[in-house]
Write a protein that binds this ligand. Sequence first.
Ligand code: FES
Length: 109
Amino acid sequence: MAKRWLEVATIHDIDDDEVLQVELDGFPIALYKLAGRFLATADECFCKKGVLSEGFVEDDHIVCPECDGAFEIKTGCKVEDRNLVLKRYPAKIVNGLVVVGISVPDEEE
Ligand code: FES
């Protein structure tokens, strides 16, 4: 599988310790900024399908707005049940833009 990098935001769209919903290839993901570093996860939570980008960041965790579950943003693991892991996406900065990687079949590279 190859990786394709898509622009999702500028570096000024989000402050440290915040979360923002952005669109990646037509679907919503959650973009975070922790100590100047950008990270991205799925935006949909598990049990009641909470929208994580409507939650809040606390101590490097995202707290779900639906039922207060907390996920470690760097690993995607739910604090209360580490078997529940959010899908994570690689993110980096290119020319002042935040780009997020998605896997694509090799022939689309
Ligand atoms: S929907 Fe239940 S913890 Fe997020």
